[in-house]
Design a protein around this ligand. Structure first.
Ligand code: SF4
Ligand code: SF4
Length: 397
């Protein structure tokens, strides 16, 4: 999106909190649907808002393996919580999406491609790990059409809604108990992929634009120059956040580590706890597996093909003509974790994990991939190696 602006992208500005209402109004005037964190049944989730008073304020989350609680926080702060189970994923890659239908016409069949109208979304409150996850899903869904092949309607929808979207990130000044973005090089400060990035202080937000659209938005808001003390405080908060991550993951040659430990006894141990429920894949902002279902309505003479999210933890996910081939929970957990941390690199040139910690928090039995990886590394005979080269696909941070 190209929008004219006079804001200097290299300059950070101070955005007073009372102007959050003006930001939402400006976006709505430009026909954006504004998505922001709201409180829903004791969980903070992303939902459409029409005013800043709907955005959660004065609450912080406590997260650990299999545990999520909210408690009263600093009433002056909006973004003291980290992430809830939601990411931007459902807004770009809907959990259920009709692709096409076939009906009986003139004694034959007629095909109707489903064309869902594309919302113009402004998502406010995304965390740096969420931006990284959008970048990962862009690799999966928004790549150029391969030569000789065409994207299906679902991929076209993703590309259209992404091209219309405006992303407003909030840097993390208080990481959660299950966060490990620092290990994955994705946070706590957003380094790209945003239109606007904000760091919250008591007095307001230190903001910067990351795109023409972001500059257009900031130009319409009542900004002032930050004091040097405000800029230093913003930087200090991010540095402290980096030092207080709830978890860490040693990514040194993790691709090789997992490749060399296919038969490690730890896979059996984790399988004895895993329920194969698929929660981890549902909350993961990068997981992209889906399945197709066809349904017929005999009275209307119509059949519909629908795409739904699927999980590699289900038995039917690995079905081929001879039946499911990943029979054991050991095999399913191993496949998922190796894909996230290892084989994703070979497939997409990036990690499939951005360190958001959601799969740890929302696992009903608190399985923690950072602990699983550490356990495998602990008994690996060549545990500490030199970092692999970037083209071999490693986060070397
Ligand atoms: S790791 Fe946890 S969330 Fe994932 S399938 Fe197993 S029990 Fe469910
Ligand atoms: S694997 Fe877990 S920590 Fe990594 S991106 Fe997915 S949900 Fe977040």
């Amino acid at each position: 999106m190209m929008k004219e602006s006079g804001i200097n992208p290299d300059r950070r500005m101070l955005f007073p909190k009372v102007a959050l209402a003006a930001m939402i109004e400006t976006l709505m005037d430009d026909e954006y649907t504004v998505i922001a964190p709201v409180l829903h049944r004791d969980v903070i989730k992303l939902a459409p808002v029409t005013g800043s008073d709907e955005i959660v304020r004065g609450l912080r989350d406590l997260q650990d393996g299999g545990r999520y609680r909210l408690e009263a926080g600093d009433e002056t702060l909006f973004f003291e919580y980290v992430v809830g189970p939601d990411s931007a994923k459902p807004y770009f890659f809907p959990p259920i999406q009709e692709l096409f239908s076939v009906d009986i016409r003139n004694g034959g069949f007629g095909l109707r491609q489903t064309r869902t109208s594309v919302p113009k979304l402004a998502i406010l409150g995304l965390r740096p790990c969420d931006l990284a996850a959008i970048g990962v899903q862009d690799q999966v869904f928004a790549e150029k059409e391969p030569a000789g092949a065409t994207h299906c309607e679902a991929e076209r929808y993703y590309r259209r809604v992404r091209s219309e979207s405006l992303l407003i990130a909030v840097n993390c000044t208080r990481p959660g108990g299950t966060c490990f973005c620092d290990s994955m090089g994705t946070g706590p400060k957003a380094v790209g992929g945003f239109d606007v990035a904000m760091t919250e202080l008591g007095s307001g937000f230190v903001v910067e634009a990351g795109s023409e659209a972001g500059m257009w938005l900031l130009e319409k808001l009542p900004l002032r120059d930050p004091t040097s003390a405000e800029l230093e405080l913003a930087d200090l908060k991010l540095e402290l956040a980096r030092e207080h991550m709830g978890r860490s993951l040693d990514t040194l040659d993790i691709v090789g580590l997992l490749d060399q430990n296919i038969e490690h006894p730890r896979w059996e141990q984790v399988a004895s706890r895993c329920l194969s429920c698929g929660n981890c894949t549902m909350v993961c902002p990068t997981c992209f597996c889906s399945t197709l279902t066809d349904s017929s309505d005999l009275s209307a003479g119509k059949a519909t093909r629908t795409r739904r999210w699927e999980s590699c933890f289900t038995h039917q996910f690995s079905s081929t003509t001879t039946g499911p081939h990943r029979h054991t929970i050991r095999g399913r957990y191993r496949h998922w974790m190796r894909h996230k941390l290892g084989t994703w690199w070979k497939q997409f040139g990036t990690s499939g994990c951005v360190g958001c910690g959601r799969c740890i928090t929302w696992c009903p039995v608190g399985i923690d991939l950072t602990k699983e990886a550490a356990a495998i590394r602990g008994s690996h005979p060549n545990a500490v190696q030199q970092p692999v080269s970037p083209q071999e696909g490693e986060v070397t941070k």
